[in-house]
Design a protein around this ligand. Structure first.
Ligand SMILES: [Zn+2]
Length: 480
């Protein structure tokens, strides 16, 4: 059946029609129906959970969900499937996906010191969703791409050139405008006050983020803080706005801080990188639970992600990627599956051993969206698992990297060093001060495995010489 052109354009106009923005009450052009917004957010949320990983603590997750759910239920869009999760990442950050899927990192939790602070951070992210910031800023093309689950990729494993941001994760790299950040701050403030939380606590979050940013800038020359901390309007402006708004809240109406209750929730939480999930030491990747190590080329940029360990050359034109070959019974079976993919061609190679471990090593070429790439694929059997290592570069650069690739793949070896196998993560312990003392005294009496300057930041204390009253609860960072 053919639909006349005129009739069809009407339908399109309706679908893309004006909708009222729930926050501003203003009518605006809305390209995305709510059902699609939710579907998009949900898909991206699944990807975030899978690729970043959630903190495995159900009571902590319930706590954050409970608080976020309460704030969102009183917002302009109470009916969305509001979901709040803590992701297993040490960098302080928080972000919102369309449709009401909100994530914050355990690094963000570690930085804060009260439930009121947490309420303002969750409130800010809720604000991005209720004001539909993600939806209004995304182009239709992006929406179509995300909605379709990302178009056709010939060989998903070889998608690495041009950055890791793919699919739903693109949503995390959206940069909101200054105005959007200001509006989210205002909304977060309002939602927190609505639940009677002390809104001045919001300023403490900005101060802490500012301190983290300064420390990081002086150490590495750049700010590590994306997302929540993009600090578009700048922390001083955001702090001033909090003070201005707080002055208008009637005295005594919003006084909940809940410092002790909040800190107790953090007790036992992993702090900083968790070495049990693998860690880098001077370019060597070590995995204590899986008992292996791989030496990455010097000066390469490396990343330890939940599903892959990757290294890339300074010019980003060569990549080594390590993953588990799930459900493969042997190195050979994993190799067969890899080469059954369309567009992947096997070259020379076959069965061998790598540092005494059974392995299959094969040269390959593949057609990808970025052109023809060439590389070496290696599968190694170790501890009942099969590991896949792919080293690849654009076809014309392969010879240049071949030696380095062989060296890296050949470095996969079992680890038996007890110092590696028994390594423990840092954890937060909460201490109630039996008497007044300076932070430096606290650090001597209750030693932490982090520098006293870092301890000052996570406890929101000015410095080592600051005296803290008796009865105050402080975070200590210990390796048990
Ligand atoms: Zn924001």
């Amino acid at each position: 059946m053919r639909v006349s052109w005129k009739a069809r354009s009407c339908v399109l106009l309706l679908a893309a029609g004006c909708a009222t923005n729930p926050v501003t009450g203003r009518r605006q052009l809305s390209l995305v129906p709510e059902s699609q917004e939710i579907q998009m957010g949900q898909q991206a949320a699944v990807q975030v959970s899978r690729e970043i990983g959630l903190v495995p603590d159900s009571s902590l997750q319930r706590y954050v969900q409970g608080l976020g759910g309460t704030l969102a239920a009183a917002s302009e869009r109470p009916a969305l499937p509001w979901t709040f999760r803590v992701v297993d990442d040490p960098t302080p950050n928080a972000f919102a996906l369309p449709g009401g899927y909100i994530f914050l990192t355990r690094g963000m939790l570690a930085l804060m010191n009260s439930e009121a602070e947490l309420a303002t951070v969750l409130g800010h992210e809720i604000g991005h969703v209720t004001a539909k910031h993600q939806v209004t800023m995304m182009s239709r093309a992006q929406l179509a791409q995300i909605g379709l689950g990302l178009g056709s990729v010939l060989v998903p494993e070889l998608q690495n050139f041009g950055g890791l941001a793919s699919g739903g994760l693109q949503l995390l790299f959206l940069r909101y405008s200054r105005d959007a950040e200001r509006q989210a701050d205002a909304l977060g403030f309002k939602y927190a006050v609505g639940q009677r939380y002390e809104p001045r606590e919001m300023a403490r979050v900005f101060q802490s983020l500012q301190r983290v940013g300064e420390t990081e800038r002086s150490r590495s020359g750049r700010s590590p803080l994306p997302g929540y901390l993009a600090s578009h309007p700048g922390e001083p402006e955001r702090i001033a706005a909090v003070e201005r708004r707080a002055a208008e809240v009637p005295a005594g109406t919003a006084t909940r801080v809940e410092r002790a209750a909040y800190l107790q929730r953090l007790s036992g939480m992993v702090y900083g990188e968790n070495p049990r999930q693998g860690y880098f030491q001077q370019g060597v990747f070590l995995h204590p639970d899986l008992r292996f190590s791989v030496v990455f080329p010097a000066q390469w940029r490396t990343q330890n992600l939940p599903q892959a360990v990757t290294g890339s050359s300074a010019r980003q034109d060569a990549i080594v990627q390590l993953t588990l070959a799930e459900q493969a019974a042997s190195a050979e079976a994993a190799a067969r599956r890899f080469f059954s993919q369309q567009g992947v061609q096997a070259g020379q190679g076959g069965r061998t051993t790598v540092n005494g471990l059974p392995a299959t090593v094969v040269y390959f070429q593949a057609r990808t969206q970025q052109g023809v790439i060439a590389g070496i694929a290696q599968w190694v059997e170790h501890g009942g698992r099969v590991y896949q290592l792919l080293a690849f570069a654009p076809g014309q650069l392969f010879r240049q990297y071949e030696g380095l690739f062989r060296q890296t793949l050949g470095s996969f070896s079992p680890v038996s060093d007890p110092a590696v196998l028994n390594i423990r993560p840092n954890r937060i312990r909460v201490v109630r001060l039996p008497q007044a003392m300076t932070l430096a005294d606290f650090h001597r009496r209750y030693p932490s495995t982090i520098p006293v300057e870092e301890l000052a930041i996570i406890n929101q204390v000015a410095g080592p010489a600051t005296t803290i009253p008796a009865g105050t609860m402080l975070k200590q960072v210990v390796r048990e």
